[in-house]
Design a protein around this ligand. Structure first.
Ligand code: SF4
Ligand code: SF4
Length: 353
């Protein structure tokens, strides 16, 4: 695939050009943080951002989605797929590697054995312009979970190589199309640009610490099933769900049927849900498979770092750090992993492993 450079000060012009054909979304400041939002005002785009409050999964699997509408009087079934998906193609501009990895994980979940038509349609209509992180974000630990880089999942990928330029990788034909819409903004790369790119990667490597040892996380969790850590953390956890809502790989949902007051229509809605909520595993007869708060927190860890490996071949964490920042109880997934790591290190069975 070809490579290009683009001047940083040409990015607003590029986005303006793309807005003629796409809805463009990117990171914009919101109070003390950033959010992904529609770029009605391109001057608000801030590519020098740390992280966003919510991950871009909200554009692929929205937090509320009408799945179907049934007319009770004439017994009609309305296809609502168009309401939940989009007609105009969309660009997510400036997505970090951790979040692209989050999207790749969701691709496996929603595009695996059971194809989710809503997700597939949103995904197909979305073009991703990725952005390399030369410096780590405040709470992130992406390198420790091998999610600080991407080989796929982006259409274009920008790497800051100097104060004035980005180095641009093209990942797919969709990315090629972007170049053709504004070819005057892109220059073919020279050997000097390649050298700058290599220097940027070296800097990135030096800047991102590799702090965790997760090779045996699966076995470690097996040994730690009865560890006191789960009760300890369970006591702190408020089961507010903030960690899961902000997480780029959490995908659980509930489905609700609502009848309107005139009893003429039923709407079936899918909405984000999480194993941290009390009623997540509540079933008929008031039986709750995880009624005790520590069991819910423990379940989240076992699902992310054990079950996900069985189901999707990888852990369900990109090290984005959002759950650490969002947790009102101060629970840090990184600290928990560190503690589990200590558990493994103190085990005699590690010798020769
Ligand atoms: S578990 Fe936490 S650090 Fe890992 S991907 Fe989810 S929000 Fe990010
Ligand atoms: S954000 Fe913290 S307190 Fe809230 S459910 Fe997650 S771990 Fe518990």
């Amino acid at each position: 695939m070809p490579t290009y450079t683009i001047r940083k000060d040409e990015i607003p012009k590029l986005v303006e050009t793309l807005k003629e054909k796409y809805e463009v979304y990117g990171p914009v400041p919101r109070r003390t943080s950033h959010v992904f939002d529609k770029l009605d005002d391109v001057s608000k785009l801030d590519l020098d951002y740390d992280s966003t409050i919510m991950s871009p999964k909200k554009y692929l699997t929205p937090n509320r989605q009408v799945l179907m509408r049934v007319g009770l009087k004439e017994t009609t079934l309305e296809d609502t797929a168009n309401e939940s998906t989009m007609d105009t193609p969309r660009i997510l501009f400036g997505v970090h590697a951790c979040d692209i990895n989050g999207i790749l994980f969701l691709d496996k979940v929603f595009g695996g054995k059971y194809q989710d038509v809503y997700y597939a349609s949103n995904r197909e209509n979305t073009t991703i312009v990725g952005l390399n992180c030369i410096s780590p974000c405040k709470y992130g630990f992406c390198r420790s979970v091998d999610k600080n880089y991407v080989f796929e999942g982006y259409d274009l990928f920008l790497t800051e190589v100097s104060d004035t330029h980005y180095y641009v990788h093209v990942g797919t034909p969709k990315g090629d199309r972007i170049i053709t819409y504004a070819p005057e903004l892109f220059s073919e790369t020279s050997i000097g640009d390649n050298d700058l790119f290599k220097t940027a990667l070296r800097k990135k490597h030096e800047n991102h610490p590799d702090e965790l040892y997760l090779d045996y996380i699966h076995e470690t969790l097996d040994m730690a099933w009865d560890d006191e850590i789960w009760d300890e953390l369970g006591e702190l956890c408020m089961n507010c769900g903030s960690c899961a809502m902000t997480c780029p790989t959490c995908y659980c949902f509930d489905v609700e049927d609502d009848v309107d007051l005139s009893l003429s229509t039923v709407e079936r809605t899918r909405k984000w849900d999480t194993c941290l909520f009390h009623d997540f595993a509540l079933v008929a007869g008031n039986h709750n498979f995880r009624g005790h708060p520590p069991s819910r927190l423990k379940y989240r860890f076992y699902h992310k770092f054990r079950a996900a490996i069985h189901d999707h071949g990888e852990i369900a964490c990109t090290g984005c750090g959002r759950c650490i920042e969002a947790c009102p109880a101060g629970i840090s997934i990184k600290d928990v992993l560190h503690r589990l790591q200590d558990y493994w290190a103190s085990s005699p069975t590690v010798t020769g492993g």
